[in-house]
Design a protein around this ligand. Sequence first.
Ligand code: G6P
Length: 466
Amino acid sequence: MPRLVVISNRVAVPKARGVAGAQGGLAGALNSALKANGGIWFGWSGQETEEFTGSINYVKSSDGVTTATIDLETQDLDEYYNGYANSTLWPLFHYRIDLTKYEREFGKGYERVNERFAESALPLISDGDLVWVHDYHLMPMGERLRSMGVTNRMGFFLHTPWPPTNLFVSLPYHERLVRALLHYDLLGFQNDTWLDSFLHYCWKELGAEVNYDTGEVTVDGKTTIARAYPIGIDYDFFTAKGETGEARQASQRLLSSTRHRTAMIGVDRLDYSKGLPERLDGIARFFDRHPDRVRDLVFIQIAPPSREDIGSYQQIRETLEQKAGQINGARSEVDVVPIRYVNRGHTQEELYGFYRAAKIALVTPLRDGMNLVAKEYVAAQDPEDPGVLILSRFAGAAQQLDCDGEGALMINPHSADDISHNIRLALDMPLAERKVRYEKMIVTVREENVQRWTENFIEDLADTGQ
Ligand code: G6P
């Protein structure tokens, strides 16, 4: 088995591991992938420095994963992380061209940081290593590394959606970015929808020859393979959390504080792609339609803040505070508060406990590459008395958890009526139906786990060019 060199912007350095906080699905998944395969994980330390030095900080953890991280300077963070990655690509890839900022400085910063990442990662790569680069921050890394003489097999995985061609072409220099991607041997997407959008772009804008059966994309005589690899959770690791006292206590805390009411939960990084204001509108609609049920239901939204230096994130935070306040103000009684809005992160043990205690989960992003909260919620359920998952049809996970209409309750996250209607269905769903739905979903969540995802990608990467 060749050694793995994983490169991503966000790295879970050992001291921070285990705290879900606002780290998102990528860091947790890569941590599991590396634990299983061994190897080195290179990326940003999360620290800011006055001047970039490129010096690498190594931490070897007890589970055999070595992290190698660099600090980035303020200008890099402004132009690359807060700029091109999270103010240009992130909103564009989530279909929000209304929020997408196109600044020349951002593009330059993105190129500069990718060059810096490549220079720093270069000495870590030995002959025969498989290089696996992750996410929209580092799309040009493969090209940079190739220009520095790296001939190893190199793969890239995109954790976000890939937008339709008509949206993607609004990005200045879109062609350059995609041509850079074609320097990888293998490109991975979360599902067929994002993969098809990418292939369509290559065919339409680059005149590529596309083989839809094998995923081969040929441009100017060079072939790259593009396929879908739906990411999963570390099922055994996560469910083992449920055996801990911390998880049981968290469950107990939630249950004793909600008593005769059904707890409904949402857990998301505080991001405009997650559909949080629309979710609250749906809940408000439910209370308006069923005023007699305000005492039956309590909604707990856990939303740790994220990317706080960016205006659109400050804006969404304000919007949510106002909305949660308005809904509670209009509907609370001295002993009943319908919405609990929590802005801090929780450990995986606590989250397991909360998921287990909550009889409904609302996972309603407007657009999401995959969404691992949906899968964790299912994994944490009691098979004898499982809760109901309400899931956006626009989450990548929808393709796996719909289960031909017998899995999650699928909703349109833009429709308050649809959310409200499905909350009522979930509240009134008989045990037998809850069990059938859970049993369908749990098979996918358990079998199509993060280990399977890693194996599938790595095997295909190792096979490229053979
Ligand atoms: C999403 C992205 C990841 C990112 C995570 C957390 O899941 O796909 O690349 O790491 O969000 O965001 P942050 O900006 O804190 O790394």
